[in-house]
Write a protein that binds this ligand. Sequence first.
Ligand code: C2E
Ligand code: CA
Ligand code: CA
Length: 561
Amino acid sequence: MNRSTDLYVDGKRRILVADDEIVNREMLENILCDEYDVLLAEDGEKAYDLIRQNRNTLSLILLDLMMPKLNGLDLLSRLKEDSDLKGIPVIVLTSDQDSEVESLVRGAADFIPKPYPQPDVIRARISRSIELAEDRQIISATERDELTGLYSYEYFSRYVEQFDKYHPNSEMDALCLDVNHFHIVNERFGMAKGDEILRRIADCLMTVFSESDSVICRKNADTFLVYCSHRDDYSSITDKVSEVCSDMPTSVKLRIGVYAYCDKKLDIRARFDRAKIAADLIRNNYMVYVSTFDETLMENELFAEQLVDEFSKALAEKQFKVFFQPKFNIAGDKPVLSSAEALVRWFHPTLGMISPGKFIPLFEDDGLIAQLDEYIWRCAAETIADWKRRLGISVPVSVNLSRAEMYDPALVNTFEKITSDFGITSKDIYLEITESAYVRDSDQIVDRVKELRNHGFFIEMDDFGSGYSSLNMISELPIDALKLDMMFIRNAFDKQNDTRMISIVIDIADYLGVPVIAEGVETEEQYLALKKLGCTIIQGYYFSKPVPAEEFEKFLVEKDS
Ligand code: C2E
Ligand code: CA
Ligand code: CA
């Protein structure tokens, strides 16, 4: 059992005084009893018994060398051979100078000569020995990571500080290394395989860095940190790690964030935070495994933090506004307004208008998106109801859903409540769900989409073509419209006017019996080409940018006339 590093009994540390002379025991007890909880033993055997009984609470032993039954030096040797007891510091009490050396050799922490010095000197020696022993224990308890044998983070940080002190002019890099999708390894193949992979990575890193100034630790789970002299290229490490794990049931890819030429004025944590920011940037990238930190990354990170911090206040102060972008049906001779998409904008008091592309992904990561989306859905519903009531016109408005919301069992209830609160119906609100939401855990998502459709909601699959759904899956998807990813339009018209991909998607939509919506349509040329290809609905700057509700009313009035 490990001795705890905080040894207090009723608020005091416990000390054993082992001396056969009663005068000495009483004197020491008197000097120490205010500050310590003092146990007394009059011979070596008794002392040994008490030590074993109190091995987890004893902070120090004061040991007379000349005692009956078991003498002090033999007792000392016995303690030092016992792994449970050897950590307890022993101060030897002796009048014989030769024995002082002998007892230090056998592992005593210190000695106090007889006749005894001033009480203050005794107290000072005792407290110093306890302190030293406790410090040493902290270090040895946390020095190594048990699984990999690498340093623990605490020890690593201290080591790095020491290293800098002795090598102030070395150019050093801070590296943060993470295994891509490690949780999946554990989930699918079990912890034992996961542990084996981590051990191999650790061994591999030790080999790779064996010839340079370097310190390595495992920070937690699958995150490793390396502090090493600067190198220009770390890309071979990922390959080496994949190689040593090649017989594992899954391929192991290490992504590496590099903060090169560390600014030594930054504390250790800040340096590795930078490396981590760089590593996180390539989390879902399957082509790039090394990423280097630069100052713009830091700015982005701070900007992101600010947005997340200010979210609640912004929501309470209604800084988020919903804009509407029209969708036109172009099947007939003249385009006819068919619906609108609700798109959020953040009007920030100091930063001005912020586009959703900047904050939606952050809020999706932080779990704030559900609050924001529900707010937006309610705003959209309120506007729909207002148009109906005031203008007598009803145009469906589609709102965007984030992937995480698709796991919410209360989602249907939320929409039912919104429609009933504002006196509108499920026919008034369309739901845009991005294609990539369908790709993972598709069963659960598909069930939720079916549930929404059963309640009368119209489902548009957003960004179609960007999520790589298999054709197999598409035929079973419960959807009411396919919304072409904007990239199709860009690629088709930017390059060699090759619209074949668009035709294929339109064919797929025909097969599914649903209309195709093209978004991001900016020019007449695009509009005409899409019309010719058989695309039914168009959204884009060609007709209008997203506009505030009041401005959108012109489209409603126009449609009505
Ligand atoms: P999205 O759903 O794919 O929305 C379409 C985006 O394309 C909108 O950008 C829209 O303003 C923009 N767009 C429309 N026509 C054109 C065009 O002709 N040319 C160009 N270059 N862009 C056009 P926006 O408003 O910046 O939204 C970006 C993304 O943010 C949206 O992409 C959507 O995924 C997300 N988003 C917006 N509002 C919400 C929301 O309320 N909730 C959630 N979860 N996501 C939202
Ligand atoms: Ca959308
Ligand atoms: Ca889209």
